[in-house]
Design a protein around this ligand. Structure first.
Ligand code: 9MR
Length: 561
């Protein structure tokens, strides 16, 4: 019997409630094959959510039942938008929003607030305000709407700004941007934090799932906001996918680069539309896209969960916007679960007795080498697992003690080169392993790294490599010019650089080279280590490479103790 038919009964829902069916997102309990999506997701430490609309929530039992049984997170599809909550200046109405929050609380669901500052569904009175009045209206709106739910434990996160980029990575020339400039973004986040210090605050957009101009603009903005101390906690990849456009490229790498900034990555509005009529190939593609997104979330500790933009094709936004497209959701218009439902359940571990719940062993023998003024290379001994280790998270904390470890990158090998570090600074690193089911090992022991002093002060140096000649199969780098950029004499120097894979050093002069993986360390010879302030020396080397390869070394960095 199909799972969903059995689960639609009101009686079974009541029984589940009597049995104390509660959400614990971090439950480690294995889920059984017939479990609803929310139970499967919770067993993985994730949420699985849906957008909900007020009208069917009030009027249709089947809609309510599925929304309650299958999901442990909800987002208001429209009810928390500006035109719903503040249609006229300073006249707030929370009836629809409160209806959804009450439903969530009754069903042990968490709520994501959507959305505070957007160029759509914002009343005309806001759009025509002067700059100072618009800013005041924005800050007041955020304070009031976020404040309304600040003491409600169900409401845990907000889309603070929505869709602020155009497709080329420029700021969207919305009335917000045109009137206030890009500063409205930081102002909005600060206001939201002031209104609810505990809520996770997100920036949300579409077509940012893969690596492209728009997602790179988003990355640069989040990076810049973080460096200015603007309170931002999460990035929402809306994930309105379409089978005719292919799956977003480099999704995993994109998730990892945002995770390395220390923000969560959420899939906030997932759906996969098809040009109608849908054929089997398109439906299979759609199943695969749903699977891919769930897997991407399972594979990243930065991803707390996935929200689908509704669940039934009966109420999808897609046909309204793209009249020849549809069937984008996981239930059909008659509330029958589609193959997409099964794809998601399977990705979440259904049918495997709860899936693999055995975590890999912790990585051991974590060491750092090749430390320069701005980077270091970590290596460790591989973890073991009952299935297979799929990758490692690299965690870093600032300083010799205290601070918080945050994921700064991932690796699928047993080494990782970290870069962008401050000179003369101490960092601590740990590594943990992941498997395909999303199980995460304990962290390794901690290794502490102190970077060398950089240029500018006493003992700084720089290195610039010049390609003297190259041919199919090899090249000569001469000179690598080492300059004392500090204000005092140095008595030794160390240059590091990265050798492309498959290249072999066949000779060197005026320095002592050692190679570890792709990192080459060149130390001064016994006759050219001493350089007065501003003085230079040089060394060189020759390399063999595959004849088809034109790559050259990169990342020259110099350190002088
Ligand atoms: O699904 C929403 C639909 O009911 C509304 O009419 C529409 C109005 O613009 O907004 C839809 O939701 C959007 C979301 O709020 C932001 N990202 C894109 C979504 C689909 O358009």
């Amino acid at each position: 019997m199909p799972l969903r038919t059995r689960r639609l009964g009101a009686a079974s829902l009541a029984l589940a409630a009597l049995a104390g069916f509660t959400v614990s997102l971090l439950s480690a309990q294995p889920a059984a094959a017939a479990d609803p999506l929310r139970t499967l997701a919770a067993a993985k430490g994730k949420f699985i959510g849906t957008a909900v609309a007020t009208s069917p929530l009030a009027n249709e039992t089947a809609y309510r039942t599925i929304a309650a049984q299958e999901f442990n997170q909800v987002t208001a599809e429209n009810a928390m938008k500006w035109d719903s909550t503040e249609p006229n200046d300073n006249q707030y109405t929370f009836s629809g929003a409160d209806q959804i929050v009450a439903f969530a609380q009754a069903n042990n669901q968490i709520v994501h607030g959507h959305t505070l500052v957007w160029h759509q569904q914002t009343p005309g009175w806001v759009q025509s305000l002067s700059a100072s009045a618009m800013k005041t209206a924005m800050l007041d709106h955020i304070a009031t709407v976020v404040g309304h739910y600040a003491n409600n434990p169900a409401v845990q996160s907000w889309d603070v700004v929505n869709e602020v980029f155009d497709e080329n990575g420029g700021f969207r020339t919305s009335f917000w941007y045109n009137t206030l400039g890009s500063g409205f973004i930081a102002d909005a986040f600060r206001a939201a934090r002031a209104a609810d210090p505990d809520a996770k605050l997100c920036i949300n957009d579409y077509n940012v799932e893969g690596i492209n101009a728009k997602s790179t603009a988003m990355y640069n903005l989040v990076s810049s906001l973080k460096s200015q101390g603007v309170p931002i906690d999460c990035v929402g990849f809306q994930s309105h996918l379409a089978t005719q456009y292919g799956f977003p490229g480099q999704l995993t790498e994109n998730v990892a680069r945002f995770a390395a900034l220390g923000v969560q990555v959420r899939f906030t509005e997932l759906d996969v539309r098809i040009v109608l009529p849908a054929d089997t190939t398109e439906i299979n593609t759609q199943n695969q896209y749903y699977t891919n997104i769930i897997n991407a979330c399972l594979a990243s500790t930065a991803c707390p969960g996935v929200t689908i933009w509704g669940f039934t094709d009966k109420y999808s936004w897609v046909p309204d916007t793209f009249p020849s497209e549809g069937q984008a959701l996981i239930y059909d218009a008659n509330y029958n679960a589609k193959a997409d439902y099964t794809a998601i359940a399977t990705a979440l571990g259904a049918g495997t007795g709860g899936g693999d719940t055995t975590a890999p062993s912790a990585p051991t023998n974590l060491t750092a080498s090749g430390t320069t003024s701005s980077g270091t290379t970590l290596s460790w001994t591989a973890s073991t697992d009952n299935t297979a280790v799929t990758g490692y998270d690299i965690l870093r904390a600032p300083g010799a003690s205290g601070g918080t470890f945050a994921v700064v990158g991932t690796s699928t090998s047993t080494s990782y080169a970290d870069s962008g570090l401050a000179a003369s600074s101490t960092y601590r690193y740990q590594v943990r392993a992941r498997d395909a089911a999303g199980n995460v090992s304990a962290v390794s022991s901690t290794v502490s790294v102190t970077t060398l002093s950089g240029g500018g002060g006493p003992g700084g140096c720089s290195a610039v490599g010049t390609t003297q000649t190259q041919w199919p199969g090899g090249y000569v780098i001469q000179p690598v010019t080492v300059t004392n950029t500090g204000s005092a004499q140095i008595t030794s120097w160390t240059v590091t650089f990265t050798l492309p894979a498959g290249h072999t050093i066949t000779g060197s002069w005026n320095a002592v080279l050692t190679v570890s993986g792709q990192t080459v360390t060149a130390k001064n010879a016994n006759y050219n280590g001493t350089l007065g302030a501003g003085a230079s020396t040089s060394f060189g080397f020759q390399v063999a490479r595959p004849t088809s390869d034109t790559a050259l070394p990169s990342g020259y960095a110099c350190a002088a103790p």
